[in-house]
Design a protein around this ligand. Structure first.
Ligand code: SAH
Length: 230
């Protein structure tokens, strides 16, 4: 599974992707994550070369119809996505590529584990467009035929965390990413309560014990307990 992230802030992903399970998944080539900064595709009057040689590329503009905040312009984002598609299509890979383009919005379709599971089956490449400011010019969605996805009923400052959340959730549905594929809790009876050593914890004079049933060795009782704790 390959993820291609369109973002103004690729560095935001570094720390999360460079540790633990996802870092290993990338190293072992179970997943791949690439970045394209749409600012690179800003041209015309929005690209300025200053006397000191510095180049600035403005990607946001005022919204038509008024209102607060700025909106990311469509064309640089479309060009960024097209550059990814070109690369994917021209790359010599054994499997036929199936590309999905996702744009984020708090009012999009709600992302969940079922979506993650079917995404692994249906696509080889997922392009995630991480918006900022007031979002992206809506023509991006019409032109690129994106699917609008929300990760929950709250508004964030940008689509970078949503992209990271989707990568994390989809990656654990890819075979070989989790040490033990069956440890995916959606595949077994699990509970929201788990315990490990030691058996008794003493805190401020009070003893906190592991539920007896978990020490019983009786698998049926344990499964029942877990089922009830759901
Ligand atoms: N005014 C916009 C909100 C912009 S928030 C609107 O109502 O749609 C800026 C960006 O953050 C969005 O473009 C999107 O990429 C991301 N974002 C914010 N909250 C999100 C959520 N709950 N789910 C997915 N993406 C979200």
């Amino acid at each position: 599974m390959q993820f291609h992230i369109i973002t103004l802030f690729p560095n935001m992903f570094d720390s999360y992707l460079s540790e633990s399970i996802l870092a290993r998944a990338i190293k072992e080539k179970k997943i791949k994550v690439t970045f394209v900064n749409p600012r690179k595709f800003v041209t015309g009057k929005y690209k300025k070369v200053w006397p000191d040689g510095n180049i600035s590329q403005q990607i946001d503009e005022r919204p038509y119809g008024g209102g607060p905040g700025m909106v990311m312009m469509a064309e640089p984002v479309i060009k960024a996505v097209e550059s990814v598609i070109r690369k994917v299509v021209s790359s010599k890979q054994k499997v036929v590529r199936k590309i999905k383009i996702i744009n984020f919005s708090p009012s999009g379709k709600k992302f969940d584990t079922a979506y993650a599971k079917s995404a692994v089956k249906k696509y080889t490449d997922i392009i995630l467009i991480s918006g900022r400011y007031e979002g992206i010019d809506a023509r991006v969605d019409k032109i690129l035929k994106t699917e609008k996805i929300s990760i929950g009923d709250y508004v964030l400052t940008g689509g970078e965390l949503p992209a990271m959340i989707m990568i994390d959730c989809i990656a654990r549905q890819v075979k070989g990413v989790l040490g033990n594929f069956d440890s995916r809790e959606e595949e077994r009876v699990s509970s929201s309560e788990t315990y490990t050593r030691p058996e008794v914890i003493e805190y401020k004079g009070k003893k906190y014990k592991v539920p007896k049933v978990l020490l019983s060795g009786n698998h049926k009782d344990i499964e029942n307990w877990k089922q009830n704790k759901k």
